[in-house]
Structure formats: C-alpha cells, structure tokens
Design a protein around this ligand. Structure first.
Ligand code: DLL
Length: 437
C-alpha cells in the first residue's frame, strides 16, 4: 500500500473514531476564531462540547455560498495571515467572488487527497500528467498540479487553451494522462481529428481526469471509444479545497462508477434541501461537507447544492471511504459553462450596467460537438433602438464586454427588439438549458 493512501483502507470503526476526533477539534477551533459561526451556534444554544457523537453534527448550523459572499473577503478566515500561503477564488452569486485562504497544511492535505484520486485511477510516478485546467484563482490547475507532483508524476503545467500546442507536447513528450474539463477534451479530440492524429496510434495517452462540470455517461463512453483512454471522474469545490475531494473508483462494478469521498478529510452528509434534515445513506439529496483538516477557512456543514446519494454498501476495492453517485444536478440555479461557474444573477448585474438595454433577457445554453454555446438575448431600450447597424454592433460589443468581465465566459450576445422576449406574470423562465433535455 502506498503511504499516500494509508487512510483509504482504515477499518470503518477506526475511520469513524478519527472523524469524530477531528470534528470535535475543528468545531472548537472554528467556534473560537470565526464570529459568524460562534454567533450561529450560540443562537441555537449549541457549544463545541455538545459534539459527543458524529450524529451530533446535525446540531450545528449550515454554511452557504452567500455567507462567503457576505463575509467577503476574509470574514470566515480562521488562521492568522502569517499562516496563510495561498488564496483561491470562485464565482459568487453576484459580481464579487468568494475567497478561500489556505494554510500550508491545507494545501498539503488537498494535494494528498488529489494524489489519492490519481493513485486510485491507476497513475504512478511513471506517468506524465498534462494539466490543462486553468492555473490561477481557479483550483483546477494548481490542485491537479500539486496532486500529480505528490504522487511523483512528471507534471506538464500547460493550463487551458492553445489546442495545437497541447497536442504537439502530448505527442512529443509521450504524455500518458491529461487533466481537463470533459468539454475541453472534446475540443482536443476534434482538433486531433482535423489534424489526422489518432490517439491510439500517435499518442501514449491512457488516462483522462475529468471534472469541474457535470458530464454524462454517454460522453464518457464517446471519449473512451474514440481515444482508447480511461475517463476518470474527479470532483471537488473551491469552498472545500478544490479537485480531489472525491474520485471515481475503477474497481467499482456498477455500470456508472461511484466516487470515493476521502472522508477522513471531508465529512459528507446528505440532507433534504427543503427540510434541511439529514437523510440516511442510500437516499438522494444535497451533499454537505465539513472539512476536518482545513484551518485557513474551515467549512462546517457547507451546503454544496450538488445533488447525489451515498451508497449503502461498501465498494469491492476494499476502500472504506463511502461512495457517492456522479453529480448531474444542483439544487440552485448555478450553471457550469466551459467549467466556469455562472449565476444568472451575475448576467443580470452585467446587463444592468449597460443603460441602452432593458433588464429583459434570456440565457440559452446549447450543446455543440465541442464547447457548449452560451447565448444571451437581451432587449434594446426603445430610445436606443435604431436601424444603424454600426451603432448596434458597438452596443453588442459593449454588452459582450460587460458580461464577459463578470462571468469570465465569452457569450454570444443577440440584441432583440423592445418587447420581443416573453413576459411572465409568475416566475419567469430566464434560463433555457438545452443540455438538460
Ligand atoms: O470545479 C474544482 C474542480 C476542478 C473539480 C477540477 C474537478 C476538477 P468550483 O469552481 O468551485 O471547483 O466548482 C465546484 O463544480 O459544486 C459541482 O457543481 C461542479 N463539479 C466539480 N466537479 C464535478 C464533477 C471546481 N466531477 C462545482 N462532476 C461543484 C460534476 C462537478 N460536477
């Protein structure tokens, strides 16, 4: 057994004991250092000493994304700045991002969790790992980078874009594994086809490490049959660390392989998103995490909004970490486009910054063979409506820039006549996501 994965196989009782110890430690730490958490615990009349069993976690308050936005930038930071070594950020529900400071220990635990995924996928120090996730505030690039290095892989930190160069280096260096969003890999497959590159014949690629956005079993099958690689699913979120919180088990005998959650670091619960009551293993609901080993910004009962189910039965591979279903849906309105988290409210904020357009708009996402198309239809104000094509094109570009600056994804902007978009007397349907059909 590799020392990185020693905790994968802990007997269940030992794992539960370890989790309880760590839970008690992190709750006491958070209570002492984070005012919002302390206030919410006090309002419920719960003290750290009330956490006597793992079930007592249900006494604690939840955290949600808007808490991170409201406490932006550092209100939930528990460690002093001299212990913080890195910030990561992710989209908030409006223009401001959420900000997660990490200590050196947090980065180390996260690298270990990601390395455990890679090891389970079948990678080793012999592999060359091309990291095509974005480097920077997004956790994908640096997360896979540190995880790959921890396992001893030779990491190629190329980041996203420049598909020709991706393929050239993949071939020249004999890359054996690539980590990127599944949608970007489809783009790589397309460019390879145009260039006459056959993955089986012309590359050494064997593993794809895909995540950051939902992807279907059909897409997995298409990738595997076209390229001959094994497509692994890696899951995670910025608030809890980044990629590597869970990974799909290649030994799983289900048709759709489940993902082991590294529960010695990230304690999972499933709750009913309406009643907020905990649900037993086997029932579908919203995934909630408590970070057991993070000290920069610990999260206690963080509501991910991702919908899934924890399996009742243990996995055949012998790992005791519980398994969850792949994530296909969320309980909020967050959209993931090209791996980037986008809230409709951000689009609205951007549109409202352009005085010539009305706050009547529609967001339409359409799958294509490669990257999904994000179209925003927006009505022009009647005073600004004209037949002057040049003026309209200038306005379209301004709207494009305003939206791109906030959401970070390039939309196709379609300006439409005043009054032409549907109106509603009830709840208006602004998002048409054709990927869900
Ligand atoms: O997407 C971290 C990540 C990077 C995961 C690279 C995997 C690979 P955020 O930007 O904070 O972090 O977005 C987190 O993305 O709550 C899910 O809704 C979605 N998501 C992440 N991984 C998967 C996956 C990164 N494998 C949000 N399948 C999460 C489905 C995923 N959805």
């Amino acid at each position: 057994m590799n020392t990185i994965s020693a905790n994968d196989f802990l007997p269940v009782e030992e794992l539960r004991r370890l989790q309880l110890e760590k839970l008690q430690r992190i709750v006491a730490y958070e209570y002492e250092r984070v005012a919002l958490f302390r206030r919410r615990c006090d309002e419920r009349g719960v003290k750290p000493r009330d956490i006597v069993t793992l079930k007592d976690i249900a006494k604690l308050p939840f955290m949600i994304k808007t808490d991170l936005r409201d406490e932006y930038p550092l209100g939930l930071t528990a460690a002093p700045m001299e212990e913080i070594v890195r910030f990561h950020c992710s989209s908030g529900t409006t223009g401001k991002p959420i900000c997660i400071p990490n200590t050196a220990g947090d980065v180390e635990v996260w690298a270990e969790a990601t390395a455990r995924c890679l090891l389970m996928f079948g990678l080793s120090a012999k592999d060359i790992l091309q990291v095509t996730y974005g480097y920077g505030l997004f956790t994908g690039g640096l997360g896979l980078h540190y995880g790959g290095e921890k396992l001893g892989c030779a990491v190629l930190p190329i980041g996203g874009g420049n598909t020709d160069k991706q393929l050239m280096l993949m071939q020249d260096l004999g890359v054996t594994a690539i980590a990127c969003t599944p949608s970007y890999f489809l783009r790589i497959m397309d460019v390879a086809r145009e260039k006459g590159i056959d993955f089986r014949r012309d590359t050494k690629l064997r593993h794809g490490i895909f995540g950051a956005e939902p992807w279907t079993d059909e897409m997995r099958a298409k990738i595997e049959t076209t390229t001959g690689i094994v497509a692994h699913d890696i899951y995670g979120l910025t608030e809890v660390s980044g990629p590597g919180v869970a990974g799909s088990c290649p030994y799983c005998e289900r048709e759709t392989p489940g993902l082991h959650i590294w529960e010695d670091h990230y304690y999972p619960e499933i709750i009913d998103p309406d009643t907020l009551e905990p649900l037993p293993d086997g029932e579908a609901g919203e995934l909630v995490f408590t970070t057991l080993d993070r000290f920069g910004t610990p999260m206690v009962r963080y509501r991910t909004r991702d919908l899934t189910r924890l399996h009742v039965e243990r996995c055949k591979c012998g790992r005791t970490a519980r398994v969850m279903d792949r994530i296909h849906a969320r309980s909020d309105d967050m959209l993931i486009i090209h791996g980037v988290n986008v809230f409709p409210s951000q689009v609205e904020t951007a549109l409202l910054s352009v005085p010539e357009v009305e706050p009547h708009y529609q967001i339409i996402i359409t799958p294509t063979d490669t990257l999904d198309l994000l179209e925003i239809k927006v009505e022009i104000r009647s005073e600004s409506f004209s037949d002057d094509i040049r003026a309209l094109e200038t306005l379209r570009k301004r709207v494009f820039n305003a939206v791109k600056a906030i959401i970070g994804v390039s939309p196709r902007i379609t300006l439409v006549e005043p009054g032409s978009l549907p109106r509603s007397e009830g709840k208006i349907k602004r998002v048409i996501d054709n990927r869900r059909k």
